[in-house]
Structures are given as C-alpha cells and as structure tokens.
Design a protein around this ligand. Structure first.
Ligand code: FES
Ligand SMILES: [Fe+2]
Length: 418
C-alpha cells in the first residue's frame, strides 16, 4: 500500500520537497495558509492582469478588483491616464467604491464624505481642525500600466524589474489588434469551485481537450504535441495543420505581423508565452465554422484569416486575439477553493450587436469551453481534497503545467528567502 502523504508538513517543507514533473501536494490547493502565502508571494508581488482599457474609455471610469483580501481601484483620471489605488479610505479605512465598475467625478467615501480626485489626491475632508494637511492623506497608489490596451497592476513597492522588457516584446504582437479603442461586447464572471492554480494548470494543457467539442472545431487538436509524440490518429489533422500554418506564416510575413513563438514561462519573474497559431476550418475566428463572427475586423487587417494570437502570462491570465475580436481571461483568487474567472470579449468600436455580430455566436465557443473547464477544475479540487490524493506525473504534453508549477515554486522560494 502506498504511504499517505505527511499532511503535517509546513509550507516551507512542502515547497522544499516539491517533486518536479508531478502535480503539487494537496495543501497547495486546499489550505488557507497556502492561500495567504499565494496572495503575499504571488498576487501582491507580481504584475496581475485585471482589466482592458476598453472598460475605461472616459475620465472617471473605474473598475474595482478583489485580489484575495485586497480591493483595488483602476480609474482613468481627468488627464486620461490610468491610475490605480487601494480602495480604502485614508480616514478610518472604509471600502470606498463598492461597485465593480462605474463612473465618478471625484472618488467620494460614503462614510464621512472624504473626497478624492481621480488622481488620488484628497480634495476635501469635512470638519478637520486647523493644520490638517490633506497632502498626507491621498489614496495609496498601486502600480498600473497598460500593455497594448491590457491593464496590469502590481501591489509591490518594487515591481518585478523585467516587466518593461516583457511588455516591449509582447506589444509588437498585440498592438496590430488595436485593443485600446475597442468596445466591450461582453464580460462574463464565472466563479470556479477550485484553487486558482488548478484554473491556471487546466488552461496550460490540451490533454483534456476531448472535453471541448466546440473549441476543437476551431482549434487544432494537435496542440501541445510534437512530431515525436503525435498519436497516429492525429496524423491526418496534423498534416492539414502544417499546410494551414505555412500559409499563415506567409500572410504574417506579408503583413509584418510577428509570428514566432516566445516561451519564457519559468525562467523569469514575469513568465510568459506568446505565439500566433493557425486555426482550423475557415481559420478566421472561434466560431462553429471558423468564419469571423464580427464585421468590421478589430484591427486594420486586409484579411480575417490570421489564426489566433495566443498569450499566456504568469500568474493569472491568458488571451486569444483573432482578426475580428479579442478575448481576455483574468484569474482572480477568492479563497483556497474558489476562483473568479473573468472573460471579456472585445470588438471594433463601431460594431453593433445584432447588426455586425450576433452576440450568441461571438460568445458561444468560449462560454461553453469555460463552463466545461470549470467542471474539470471543480472535479480536480474535489479529488485533491481526499487524504488519499498523492501527486501524479505530468505527460509530455503537460510541459506548460510543469512550467507553471516550477515558476510558482520558484517565486514562493524567492519570497520566503527575502
Ligand atoms: S472612513 Fe471614509 S470618510 Fe470616514
Ligand atoms: Fe480546457
């Protein structure tokens, strides 16, 4: 009989003895202690994807985001710059903005009406004594920056220094999709009954993609395989993929669109992966027939047949950019066993629902895929909660899951030795 794992181990011991190429031990997914550590070591120290600029088109537009126990505001200030603050009043600490999004002239605390500008300065604090200095009580700033219209925040005083480099390498791929002026066609919040790492791990492999009939129509089911480990049943579809991919490569060269894979998932603080890849069927979009779901296209592209630009960023996001729309995915931890997946669909600013696109068609593939994934994540969470669970080996096609776990363990170690 296999010995049951030593559940009395401390987080430091569990981090230390993590066996590579195997799933993590149960407490990483189930214990509130690890949840707190993940918030401190991962979510409070790295650049976190939280929104798109399309959600904040006008001065005063804001979104609030919960990151574990933190609440953060991202707002477009009166000079149209992005700003981010802790959503805590500097008087007695009340949560200031209670809605998930909205628009304000000033940021007013509902408790005693302390009033802040959209740049975070305290403008008005009623009934304070002589000598009260408002400049000491501005909202606490959070680092914020946009990468081609994707908004990231970092709670750390000293954000990871490699982010400007990562941003500079990502931008040439994403900028042609013109996300900055885009329109939000839809946003769906899905609470998954699983640890945030199970949500990320599930997204890093297509070993389970048989469970995604809708996605598999658009996606080549050969994703993650190499010539060496390709199952014989996938050989015909792989041959077709190679033809379509060669054609896509030519199109990209002609249009000056970057194409090559960059994969630095676990070799830096801001792990990432980016690649343009062919899509199946008509090769244009995530729809049942692979044709574009929306006219006009999102970028100034002369052809809709551009496959999909896929971007992953550690620790909490992935993206798909196709010619006619973009889909962003933000993973936001709620508790050890609950995670918010926020999915946003962006289209051309002039595109009208019901005229230029059918919202049901636009949302169908990823809504179905997300729900299927949520079920898989919940199932994994239920399993790893059993005392009989022990880490199992990753398949070669799960190398990105290993990269995620390796990145995560490396970051925890860096945090604990700081
Ligand atoms: S706590 Fe915000 S004004 Fe008093
Ligand atoms: Fe999936």
């Amino acid at each position: 009989m296999t010995a049951l794992p030593d559940i009395a181990a401390t987080p430091a011991e569990l981090i230390d003895r993590r066996a590579g190429r195997h799933s993590l031990e149960a407490p990483f997914y189930t214990s509130p202690e690890f949840f707190d550590l993940d918030v401190a070591a991962i979510f409070a120290e790295h650049w976190i994807f939280v929104a798109t600029e399309a959600e904040l088109p006008e001065p005063g537009d804001y979104v609030t985001i919960a990151l574990g126990p933190y609440s953060i505001v991202v707002v477009r200030d009166d000079d149209e710059n992005l700003r981010s603050f802790h959503n805590i009043c500097r008087h007695r600490g009340a949560r200031i903005l209670e809605q998930g999004r909205g628009s304000v002239g000033n940021i007013v605390c509902g408790y005693h009406k302390w009033t802040y500008g959209t740049d975070g300065t305290l403008l008005h604090a009623p009934s304070q004594p002589q000598g009260f200095d408002p400049s000491c009580f501005g909202l606490k700033p959070v680092h914020v920056r946009s990468v081609a219209g994707l908004v990231f925040v970092c709670l750390a005083e000293q954000p990871p220094s490699d982010f400007p480099d990562v941003a500079a390498r990502i931008e040439p791929y994403v900028l042609p999709h013109q996300l900055r002026g885009a329109k939000v066609a839809a946003q769906v919040d899905l609470v998954e009954e699983g640890n945030w790492k199970l949500v990320m791990e599930n997204n890093r492999e297509c070993y389970h993609c048989d469970g995604h009939p809708e996605l598999l129509r658009a996606f080549f089911p050969t994703y993650g395989y190499t010539e060496e480990n390709l199952p014989p049943r996938l050989r015909p579809v792989h041959e077709r993929y190679l033809r379509v991919d060669a054609e896509l490569r030519q199109t990209c060269q002609r249009l000056g669109l970057p194409y090559e894979l960059i994969e630095e998932l676990d070799t830096r603080a801001t792990g990432f992966r980016i690649q343009r890849d062919a899509l199946n069927l008509a090769g244009e979009s995530f729809t049942a027939d692979g044709k574009a779901a929306c006219r006009p296209l999102l970028g100034d592209f002369p052809t809709p047949r551009l496959g999909h630009l896929a971007l992953h960023l550690q620790p909490n996001s992935w993206f798909h950019f196709v010619s006619d729309h973009a889909i962003t995915f933000a993973v936001l931890p709620l508790a050890a066993d609950r995670t918010l997946l926020r999915t946003t669909w962006l289209v051309h600013p002039d595109a009208e629902a019901g005229v230029d696109y059918d919202p049901d068609e636009l949302l169908a593939v990823w809504t179905a895929t997300n729900e299927q994934d949520a079920e898989l994540v919940a199932r994994a969470q239920r399993g790893v909660g059993s005392p009989a669970y022990e880490p199992g080996p990753y398949a070669p096609t799960e190398y990105q899951v290993e990269a995620f776990c390796n990145w995560y363990i490396t970051r925890l170690r860096a945090h604990l030795t700081r």
